[in-house]
Design a protein around this ligand. Structure first.
Ligand SMILES: [Zn+2]
Length: 412
């Protein structure tokens, strides 16, 4: 009898753990989470693999090789020509933190394509010094108008703690605001185009992602408030039990569909039109907007320039390691393998060395901020480990399967 068939599987993840033959990602990776519609019991859609054992993210990346990028750029120029402002008003909006991607987006739209972007920022939960400096440089050196939206701090703190307690998801409040703020502000200011960078969430459908019509994409819109959850708690319960008014929650929610529809906003991914290589985007941002990597390695991985704005970011990837067996080195190495910067073997070694490293640099500060006992966080982690992924070997947690094939239940 196969023992693994008896083990509980949490979050509706695939029972059998498979690793991509090209990168180091597994089939446990959730994709396209529409998080404000989810509580912990919602089954997650996960990264698909084809018959050859290659993941959709790798296949999507291979397709970039076959894309006629000149034609794609021409599509972009046609789109921009229809909307470029002649009177100094804003004609596009770039949401971002001033990290390498948003810095590249805003700068190239302005300088190469003659657009007039408004940048909007949903600030990190807890800024790192480097994140704050990069945001400032983006605006001051890159040269953009910016609206930085400071939300209700009491509610931000409450929702962040609830998201950890109920979903083990420290980053949910940040991700929701980041996704929702852009289209809402575009509607307020009557700005016709919103540009995100790469469409990472939609690996399942790499072709049809050039433009997101608000008509058919509920990611940016909502109809029924009662169906929504924040921090794994329904809106109704938040109002009753936590003494939070609907007005306090609006900043975290998408705009009503009819409001966006009336404003006729289009959401586009620049990564559909322009070839997107993270390393080149990094060099571009360094040169043009004063972007700086951190001089030290990010805990849980080997890189210094990916998503370094928020102190909670490192803890977020620690929780993906707990819930899905996938730490930050797995995410970073997979992307670099796809872009041929490292080999799969190098990726495997990096995962072995860094995945799951506990991010203690900012940990106590974060716990203090959300008023959670550090020991309670560790207890929550153990509660959120799915038995089909984790074995407790005499008091030490071990992954049953890993990309190096030397996990607790791998055939060693
Ligand atoms: Zn892959």
């Amino acid at each position: 009898m196969n023992m693994s068939e008896q083990l509980e599987v949490k979050y509706g993840l695939p029972r059998e753990v498979k690793f991509c033959k090209r990168c180091v990602m597994s089939n446990q990776r959730p994709v396209s989470e529409i998080e404000f519609k989810h509580n912990i019991n919602t089954k997650k859609r996960t990264l698909a693999f084809d018959e050859a054992g290659i993941c959709d993210a790798c296949r999507a990346n291979e397709q970039k090789e076959r894309i006629d990028w000149e034609k794609r750029e021409q599509e972009l120029v046609t789109l921009l020509d229809q909307h470029r402002s002649k009177d100094g008003s804003y004609d596009c909006l770039v949401p971002g933190s001033g990290g390498k991607d948003s810095a590249f987006q805003a700068h190239i739209l302005k300088t190469k394509y003659g657009m007039h972007p408004l940048t909007v920022t949903w600030p990190p939960i807890l800024y790192t010094d480097y994140g704050y400096q990069n945001w400032k440089n983006w605006i001051d050196i890159g040269g953009f108008d910016n609206i930085s939206f400071r939300r209700n701090g009491r509610v931000m703190k409450l929702l962040t703690r609830l998201a950890i307690e109920n979903l083990l998801h420290p980053f949910q409040t940040f991700m929701l605001g980041q996704k929702n703020l852009g289209p809402k502000m575009a509607a307020k200011f009557g700005i016709p185009l919103v540009f995100y960078g790469e469409n990472e969430a939609e690996y399942g459908n790499p072709i049809a992602d050039n433009s997101t019509s608000l008509r058919d994409n509920s990611y940016y819109t909502f109809q029924h408030l009662d169906d929504l959850y924040l921090g794994g708690v329904s809106i109704g319960e938040l109002r009753e039990k936590h003494n939070v008014g609907i007005g306090d929650l609006m900043a975290f929610l998408p705009a009503p569909a009819d409001e966006l529809m009336k404003a006729n906003i289009q959401v586009h991914y620049l990564g559909y039109y322009l070839r997107w290589t993270p390393q080149e985007v990094y060099y571009y941002a360094t040169e043009h907007t004063g972007f700086k990597a951190r001089p030290f390695r990010t805990q849980g991985t080997y890189s210094k320039y990916n998503s370094i704005d928020d102190k909670i970011d490192d803890l977020h990837y620690y929780t993906t390691y707990i819930k899905f067996g996938l730490g930050r080195a797995t995410y970073d190495a997979s992307q670099e393998i796809r872009n041929n910067h490292i080999t799969r073997e190098e990726g495997q070694a990096l995962v072995k060395k860094f995945d799951g490293e506990f991010p203690d640099r900012y940990f106590n500060e974060i716990m203090e901020y959300i008023e959670l006992d550090p020991q309670r966080f560790h207890d929550l982690c153990d509660k959120f480990r799915s038995p089909h992924l984790w074995a407790n070997d005499n008091g030490t947690w071990k992954l049953r399967h890993n990309v190096n094939n030397d996990g607790f239940n791998d055939n060693r």
